[in-house]
Write a protein that binds this ligand. Structure first.
Ligand SMILES: [Zn+2]
Ligand SMILES: [Zn+2]
Length: 362
């Protein structure tokens, strides 16, 4: 208990220390951001910096900062004061109200705890994304785009030209259902319920549709993202873009999940977990007499292949530590070179002479 109290004291102290930061910058949003954007930014950042998940030393300070920014910007009154008088103004207002500065952990709990059971979520989509083996070996940031629907920024998802164009349905009085009376035979009337035919069960009538989305509430949108391919990512490794699915006024967007796949190429480098495979072709002479040659590794450096002895077709040479990097670990797997001996289409003349020689001696 004492520990918790101490922690809160330290956290509150942090709030005071970090109060100079611009709340809009903290949440990485513009000054004109709407409520949905503020929520989304908080959802994303608070999860990223929650001290239970993020062990970096500055994560806790950042988490507190994010909570404070959200607390102020998500409250229309405090936001207005903040925009005009800065954080000092907000603190003065809070002192007048006898409080302020919510516990960042309670805020987080409330945000995620209360929201989930009652909010419907849109579908989660999973897509394969092909990258090169070089991308996986080195790690890469790859830009890509998703075509999706976002809430219309004119009507904010209501579908109406303005709020004054949203009327309560006069037929069902906003309930969305109509009571019907059906006479089965004289003296016997049954009462039933049907979806309101005028408003389609919504309880509201839009007198004038939004001119931007034609009343569709959402608009097509192309959004840019960066896929971080971690070094040594396993085949099918999933990267989750939280709540980046289609937006809709009736639900919270689902996640977009990207599954990393290696682009298939004929020949060349192959990979299985941390092992890397390469096939090298040798001439008959090289297979018999030995050879030395260089190949360029997918990591960009040169590997020297060298043998003095006879190399049998299908012989596999192991080169330690030249395989794929270990995912989320240190070190590398091994590289396996398989030798393939290419026989000539015709026996070279000098070789034929050598082989013919014993016959002539007979
Ligand atoms: Zn609209
Ligand atoms: Zn109605």
């Amino acid at each position: 208990m004492l520990k918790t109290t101490l922690q809160i004291v330290v956290l509150l102290f942090c709030v005071i220390l970090v109060s100079a930061a611009d709340f809009y910058k903290v949440l990485d949003i513009s000054r004109s951001a709407d409520d949905a954007t503020i929520k989304k930014a908080y959802r994303k950042l608070s999860r990223k910096y929650h001290p239970d998940k993020n062990k970096e030393p500055e994560a806790e300070t950042k988490f507190v900062e994010i909570a404070r920014a959200y607390e102020v910007l998500s409250d229309p009154e405090k936001r207005k004061i903040y925009d005009r008088h800065g954080e000092e103004g907000v603190q003065q207002h809070e002192r007048g109200q006898g409080g302020g500065g919510a516990n960042p952990f309670d805020l987080f709990q409330n945000f995620f705890g209360r929201r989930q059971p009652q909010t419907r979520r849109g579908p989660t989509t999973t897509s394969d994304f092909e990258v090169t083996l070089e991308n996986i070996y080195n790690g890469a940031d790859i830009d890509f785009m998703i075509n999706k629907h976002i809430l219309c920024d004119h009507c904010r998802g209501t579908g109406a030209a303005s709020d004054s164009h949203i009327h309560t349905c006069s037929v069902c009085d906003g309930s969305g259902v109509q009571i019907t009376h059906q006479q089965l035979f004289p003296g016997m009337v049954v009462q039933g319920q049907t979806t309101c035919s005028k408003c389609g069960g919504k309880g509201k009538i839009i007198a004038k549709a939004c001119p931007h989305c034609q009343g569709q509430k959402v608009m097509p949108h192309t959004q840019h993202y960066t896929l971080e391919v971690p070094r040594g990512a396993p085949e099918g490794h999933q990267v989750v873009f939280e709540a980046e699915g289609d937006e809709n006024p009736d639900w919270e967007p689902g996640d977009v999940i990207i599954s990393i796949r290696t682009r298939k190429r004929l020949g060349g480098w192959r990979r299985k977990e941390t092992s890397l495979y390469w096939t090298e072709n040798l001439s008959v002479e090289e297979a018999l007499l030995g050879f030395e040659r260089n190949i360029t590794h997918i990591g960009g450096h040169t590997i020297v292949l060298k043998r003095d002895a006879v190399t049998q077709p299908g012989f596999v040479q192991t080169i330690k530590g030249e395989g794929m990097p270990v995912f989320q670990g240190t070190g590398y797997g091994d590289l396996f070179i398989e030798y393939n001996v290419i026989l000539p289409a015709q026996l070279p003349v000098d070789l034929r002479k050598d082989m013919d020689m014993p016959c002539e001696n007979l």
